[in-house]
Write a protein that binds this ligand. Sequence first.
Ligand code: ADP
Ligand code: MG
Length: 400
Amino acid sequence: MTDRAGEVADPAPADPGRDVAGRAAAGFLHRYGEPPAGRWAAPGRANLIGEHTDYNDGFVLPFALPLRTVVAAAPRDGARWSVCSEFSEHPAEFGADEVAAPGRVTGWAAYVAGVVWALREAGHDVPGARLAVASDVPVGSGLSSSAALEAAVLAALVDLGGLELTAEQLPRLAQRAENAYVGAPTGIMDQSAVIRCRAGHALFLDCRTEAVEHIPFDLAAAGLAVLVVDTRAPHRHADGEYASRRAACESAAELLGVPALRDVPAADLGAALARLDDDETRRRVRHVVTEDQRVLDTVELLRAGRIRDVGPLLTASHASMRDDFEITVPEVDTAVEAALAAGAYGARMTGGGFGGCVLALVDAARADATADAVASAYAERGYRTPRFHRATPAPGAHRL
Ligand code: ADP
Ligand code: MG
């Protein structure tokens, strides 16, 4: 029983209008016939700036969203794990054999089994558990529902088992679950953001050293808002394009004789570009090098409390992704243009590209009007109706 036992034991059937924490608890009660021992939440994330810089050993600046995934959980005897999610009609159950090696649990439950596997690989005695998942993070939109699920499960298992792990160690474990068990190649940004972010702050992460700094990003206090536009555009060849951008960056670094493109300072960009004879490679390098610099410039402005002035950097980042890195699609460009025309201070695609989300920095009082302007532009072009979220920087994974 938790100190919220009354709420947890509420026998009312889960309904979508209910708060996500209530839905997780109700889902647990419905499936396992008893209330959970506790609930753990982890947020989705948006990257304010720094795109495709992570695998170039560079800089990113994500923040956690108020949209959360909640896991209700209770320990059970033995090395067995049961998990259900309102996302799927198919609950899963697995034991020590299935988490002995990647590939044995597939589908959405692989994200959960992967966390158990990664913890056991690292030598931890993972408690058996029953888990029920509910989430407000849109799945597959680039707001990192996968990392939110991993982080909420990880937080639950660490607490239930009294495992000795520091906040610094958790992102690597969650990333290992996703890379090695699920088989999805991702950098360290998503898991770092959903675990380590703080309310009212963005997380300045050096992807080479994994050093983090919490940068004040108090939108509400400045009368500002970040409008997140989920374009719902179908991801077009995103996996193949991601792999080809990564390969292009790696071979460019080799040509330039540096360990990673992060090692090309913005001041030396002209000289570096002059050494490359292929125009496409030059544009890929220019994106990464200028994007790293834009992250550093954004951090400087935020440290000085000048949030509005970040706008032009966001817009420049978008132009660089569109023209040099070539990872945007018409739906994404339309959302950026419509938001800017409606008076946004800046706007850019956030996430890996080829669909996904756009974020726009706006006066809080203009957020709805900006959303209306984007929705009208979509209607005019016959695009799928976008979805909107207002993003205030929220805390990372924690127990409720
Ligand atoms: P995203 O950009 O949202 O992280 P991914 O493709 O990386 O997109 O991850 C989405 C996958 O993560 C889903 O297809 C599903 O397998 C898993 N997932 C995310 N959230 C949940 C959830 N609440 N319940 C079950 N599975 C989830
Ligand atoms: Mg993901």
